[in-house]
Ligand binder design. Sequence first.
Ligand SMILES: Cc1cc2nc3c(=O)[nH]c(=O)nc-3n(C[C@H](O)[C@H](O)[C@H](O)COP(=O)(O)OP(=O)(O)OC[C@H]3O[C@@H](n4cnc5c(N)ncnc54)[C@H](O)[C@@H]3O)c2cc1C
Length: 377
Amino acid sequence: MELRASEADQAFRAELREWLGRELPLLPPMPARDAWDARRKWDTDWQRRLFDAGYAGLHWPKEYGGRGASPTEQLIFYDETTRARAPYVGVNFVGTLHAGPTLIEEGSEEQKAAHLPLILRGDEVWCQGFSEPGAGSDLASLRTRAERDGDDYVLNGQKIWCSFGHIADVGEFLVRTDPDAPKHKGISWLILPMNLPGIEVRPLRTALGSSEFCEVFLTDVRVPLSQRVGAENDGWRVTNVTLKYERGTAFVSELVDSLRLCEDLAGRIDDPAHARELGRCLADFEALWALTKRNVSQARRGTTGPGAMVIKLAYTEARQRFGELCLRVLERDAFDLDNELVEERIRTLALTIAAGSSQIQRNIIGERVLGLPREPR
Ligand SMILES: Cc1cc2nc3c(=O)[nH]c(=O)nc-3n(C[C@H](O)[C@H](O)[C@H](O)COP(=O)(O)OP(=O)(O)OC[C@H]3O[C@@H](n4cnc5c(N)ncnc54)[C@H](O)[C@@H]3O)c2cc1C
């Protein structure tokens, strides 16, 4: 595939850059970290602006409100929006980065029509209810039960680490629909409206002081069977579609943002040893950006190479090295929690855990890419 910019790509870049130049100065100041209603409004307003200008769901099919853009246009979009310091997807990340793409691949026509345009317009915020207190890395051990009763499932159980659960409208939830089947074979993937009776969301506090994570308690929650995506008990396969996006394309903006932060840090460095370390970080991020382009190119041809499997592990570990360097360069300023580089360091500490820890990524690469013996189960 041709990844060099064509005339059409260059025109797309120029048009986007001009639009960003017009829109970004109009944005109101970002709300405080804990002002959740205001944060939701701020993030979804930006999503609406993207939608109105034709920049939402760039690679989503046109019939669901997307742009049906080419892979190079997607990469240009990430590049331009990040370098212009445009807002990131924020509270919309589950809907736009992995629930929406999962619905595009696995949802029924009714499910796609009901949710995809709302996600793109910023009218529907999603959360993810996968993890449980006893099921994180070993996600397939999840125990939240869904028992059939007429045309409904009745849900009982507990989820944890549900990011933005307290302000979400809908969740992608994994439930056990067959407790007697082997653990990977008795799971279903559900669309769960978060306002149903019996759902209790309790925010948890994080080191950043914000209550972005939630516990979710489900007590006799009735969900219509029509909210299931994929066949009953085939949810593990659907989950792997979600994880493909969550561990792959969801990191692209983060990666481009890291290149920008490297530039910011460079302006604060006067020690040659720090400069050498920054050079190594920059080389890592540049290499990952090149790998991303290769992954996009392969995906376009309908293949997935090992690059898609290693990107999450390689990026999140490179980002940890960069974060450590930031703190050393900042010295006493590293105590300033309002400094973007410090805040980013604390936030990104979680990246090697979120969406599957580094150890689990190594197991997956060992087994699926290198063909090493499987872990005993
Ligand atoms: C920022 C962030 C956002 C998140 N958002 C969500 C969300 O919105 N929704 C959601 O459902 N979940 C979310 N999570 C949860 C996340 O998916 C889990 O934290 C992650 O899968 C790890 O599970 P755990 O925390 O239970 O750790 P555990 O599974 O208990 O693991 C503990 C440690 O043991 C290691 N370990 C476990 N098993 C193995 C093994 N077989 N081999 C080698 N090492 C192993 C792990 O690598 C880890 O170091 C989020 C987490 C973070 C950090």
